[in-house]
Ligand binder design. Structure first.
Ligand code: XMP
Length: 528
């Protein structure tokens, strides 16, 4: 399960991870340019990198100084592979130093928006770029002298060498971060590198992925039976639909209703999802069991463990029933579909250089020791790519476009004991918040907006003519690229006002709505 190799025969552009969180962002931007990408740790040797047959290399930024003891290194032979290479920030400095240039700490730091000057030049990387442009910097050291054979392509007020190129060797570097949106022409520079410097076509897209995965799934499964745990979330919805497209009724989808779902979620799966995909679905009614085991429990980790354990029990029962049914026809269910995404693969692969910020969350928390071979058709993909594939497979927008929702559901959004009554309160408040956010066209602006019930807190209010002593609801709207880091979303006041008014009017147990204005880190997205 911790194999870090995605399932594809595509030749990748490889992003070498020097330990910042920029590697995933670079990998995504490369894919947005139509080139398939993968991430490798900086500890990979030149031979290991060559074995992946890469079409290009991009060296990421990182938090260290190149001359610091213990600074991340890369096998210098990598620069002799003849693969077009772009160094970014730390990667740029590492390339400069390794190839005989000079990196120094001049005391001139640059953080944030910076003006770069790009004089006329003939390079494939920056030719035709605006002479003055705003770029995003984050560095203390400077490349003081470019290595021999390299042309300096850009400067800033503080940095004499802000970009360079050696066209003959196809080696390039920029001090700034072209992968962040704050760099004005960042994506154009990455595209120049991929399409012009490296000569790559923009031919990687979701159609290829669907066709390739269907073939792969058929080859892996043959005529065997397969089950899939459907959580109602995007990842399991798309992986299930993809497998169904490949093998039809050999697949049975299993949906566990643990009583911790959002309003309308079960109907959406049972009715809309089944109607659009034609998948065979078994729903397990397990709310009583889950809530029984959660009674009296307030500790977040204990809740998570109970929910995970009960999920497995429910699932094992289905497995037994299906096996019994299958025995009659002499078959045995041995394959399980999981909606693992590429960020999960990278994060659980760990490896030097990759920051392990969150623990691996998989759909419903199925353990490794269930006796199944896994089918993970989304292992190479990022969330936005998964959504695109879901749309192409005809899954309703209400499911494909939905916010990420944790496997333990509303159970970890009630701070305090989880009871049926509290779930009803939270479910109503959550539905109102989602409805108003959609109505205000905010779905694209936010990554997700957990709605949290502070069930053990009460405050005084006045509703109608009477004094109330109700519970607060917390709104936690966040913006994020990948949920590893996040910022609180600056929602328009009138949208917040509408949500607050409606919740306090329509949900009688709630008399106060508060806004969480904390980024991640230091807070996580979910409260538990
Ligand atoms: P945190 O709270 O760690 O959440 O900042 C990061 C992202 O992961 C989601 N999340 C989960 N997803 N099972 C899941 O499938 C889980 O146990 C789980 N816990 C958190 C969370 O909603 C956010 O998108």
């Amino acid at each position: 399960m911790t194999d870090n190799t995605p399932d594809t025969e595509q030749r990748p552009a490889l992003v070498v991870d020097f330990g910042a969180q920029y590697a995933q962002l670079i990998a995504r931007r490369v894919r947005e340019a139509g080139v398939y990408s993968e991430i490798v740790p900086h500890t990979a040797t030149a031979a290991e990198i060559a074995a992946k047959n890469p079409v290009a290399l991009l060296l990421s930024g990182g938090p260290s100084s190149v001359y610091e003891e213990g600074a991340p290194k890369l096998d210098p032979e990598v620069f002799e592979l003849g693969v077009p290479t772009l160094g970014i920030c730390y990667g740029f400095q590492y390339m400069a130093q390794t190839l005989g240039g000079e990196v120094a700490n001049t005391g001139l730091r640059e953080y944030g928006a910076t003006d770069a000057y790009i004089p006329e030049n003939g390079s494939s990387l920056l030719a035709g770029q605006p002479v003055a442009q705003n770029v995003w910097m984050s560095h203390g050291d400077q490349v003081a002298r470019a290595p021999e054979g390299f042309e300096v392509l850009a400067t800033t007020d503080a940095t004499k060498v802000a970009a360079f190129a050696n066209e003959e060797r196809k080696l390039y570097g920029v001090q700034w971060h072209p992968e962040v949106k704050h760099s004005d022409h960042g994506q154009a520079i990455l595209e120049n590198f991929l399409h012009r410097s490296a000569g790559l076509a923009a031919d990687w897209n979701s159609d290829n992925v669907i066709a390739e995965q269907i073939e792969r799934i058929r080859a892996q499964v043959g005529d065997a039976r397969v089950i899939s745990a459907l959580s109602g979330g995007v990842d399991s919805a798309v992986s299930t639909a993809l497998v169904h497209k490949a093998i039809g009724d050999q697949l049975t989808a299993v949906f566990v209703d643990h009583g911790l779902l959002r309003k309308g979620e079960r109907e959406q799966v049972e009715r809309d999802y089944v109607a659009s995909t034609g998948v065979r679905l078994i729903t397990v009614d397990a709310a009583d069991t889950f809530l029984g085991h959660l009674a009296g429990v307030t500790d977040p980790e204990t809740k998570r463990k109970i929910i995970g354990r009960e999920f497995i029990r429910a699932f094992e029962k289905v497995q037994r029933d299906l096996v019994d049914e299958a025995k009659a026809s002499g078959e045995k269910v041995k394959f399980l579909v999981q909606g693992t995404l590429y960020p999960d693969v990278v994060e659980s692969g760990g490896g030097a250089g990759t920051a392990n910020i969150k623990s691996h969350h998989n759909v419903g928390g199925l353990p490794d020791d269930l006796d199944f071979a896994l089918i993970e058709p989304l292992r190479t993909l990022f969330k936005d790519e998964v959504r695109e594939i879901g749309r192409e497979l005809g899954i309703p927008e209400a499911i494909v476009g939905r916010q990420p929702f944790p496997g333990p559901g509303l159970g970890i959004r009630i701070i305090g004991e989880v009871t049926r009554e509290r779930l009803d309160v939270l479910r109503e408040a959550d539905a109102i918040a989602r409805e108003e956010l959609s109505a205000a066209g905010m779905d694209q602006a936010i990554w997700q907006c957990p709605v949290v019930l502070l069930a053990d807190v009460r405050s005084v209010g006045v509703q109608g003519d009477g004094r109330t002593y109700g519970h607060p609801i917390v709104l936690r709207p966040v913006s994020s690229e990948d949920a590893m880091t996040a910022d609180w979303t600056r929602l328009p006041y009138d949208v917040l006002a509408k949500i607050s008014n409606r919740i306090t009017n329509e949900v009688s147990e709630v008399n106060r709505v508060v806004l969480d204005v904390t980024s991640k880190p230091p807070a996580t997205i979910e409260w538990e």
